[in-house]
Design a protein around this ligand. Structure first.
Ligand code: SAM
Length: 238
């Protein structure tokens, strides 16, 4: 924090992958104490992070709905983050603490990094880690992500097919995120590497509509954005 700035704090608050019971005690306490709650909203939708935290949000807080494009593959919309940072800074300068709600963990592929980058030099910003979708997905299928000296890679599905192939070929365990409209491409790669029959897709882990499916049981086409594919190609007998 810079010298004489207000002593208010911006919390980047991980609220976990969906089940409100997976909110940490620390996040729960902060949500109940701050006068301002902020969260990103993609155009025309509600906020998943807010929905997860809703049982714990007091009625009398100020809510900052921040319109931020969430699904773009291009460089994040700078203007939207500039606007969001300005709105947040206004409240911080009034001396108000703010909880910025983040699905999963704020720093695991989370958009909070763009807000953090813009505000952390002039304000106090604290990041409160959350349960990630990665660990939630492993729990859902009842299988460790990786063990011993195995190499686990987290791979974004929007990558080019050749890069996906190279990366998956050199890992024993793989988590593929942002599957959505890239499902067919990813499955093609997994089939070519002969591991599609060892892959599971976990959709909306820990939420009421969670689904766990074997990859080869699915038709062609898109899967929900909140889907992760877990593949294990290691040979160790645990
Ligand atoms: C931009 S990343 C954000 C990850 C989040 N910050 C976290 O800590 O889990 C979004 C991707 O995470 C994965 N994801 C997030 N929540 C999920 C859930 N409940 N079930 C399965 N995958 C999920 C999906 O692959 C989704 O496309």
């Amino acid at each position: 924090m810079a010298g004489d700035q207000a002593v208010s704090t911006l919390y980047g608050l991980g609220v976990g992958p969906g089940d409100p019971e997976l909110i940490t005690v620390k996040a729960w306490r902060i949500i109940g104490q701050v006068p301002v709650i902020a969260y990103p909203v993609a155009n025309g939708t509600d906020s998943l992070a807010r929905r997860i935290a809703s049982p714990f949000i007091p009625e009398d807080v100020l809510e900052l709905r921040l319109p931020i494009p969430m699904r773009t593959e291009r460089e994040p919309a700078r203007e939207a983050y500039e606007d969001a940072a300005r709105l947040i800074a206004e409240q911080l300068d009034l001396g108000k603490d703010i909880a910025f709600l983040c699905e999963g963990d704020p720093f695991f592929y989370g958009s909070f990094m763009y807000v953090h980058e813009r505000l952390q030099r002039a304000h106090t910003v604290m990041v409160v880690p959350g349960v990630t979708s990665l660990t939630a997905c492993a729990a859902a299928i009842g299988r460790p992500l990786a063990a011993r000296n195995e190499l686990l890679k987290v791979i974004p599905a929007p990558l080019e097919e050749t890069r996906l192939t190279e990366e998956i070929a050199t890992a024993e365990a793989v988590a593929i995120i942002k599957v959505g409209k890239h499902f067919d491409k990813v499955r093609r790669v997994l089939r070519a590497l002969d591991v599609a029959d060892r892959a599971f897709i976990i959709e909306r882990a820990t939420r009421e509509d969670e689904r766990i499916l074997a990859l080869e049981d699915l038709p062609e086409g898109e899967r929900p954005y909140f889907s992760t594919i877990l593949v294990y190609r290691g040979g160790e007998n645990w």
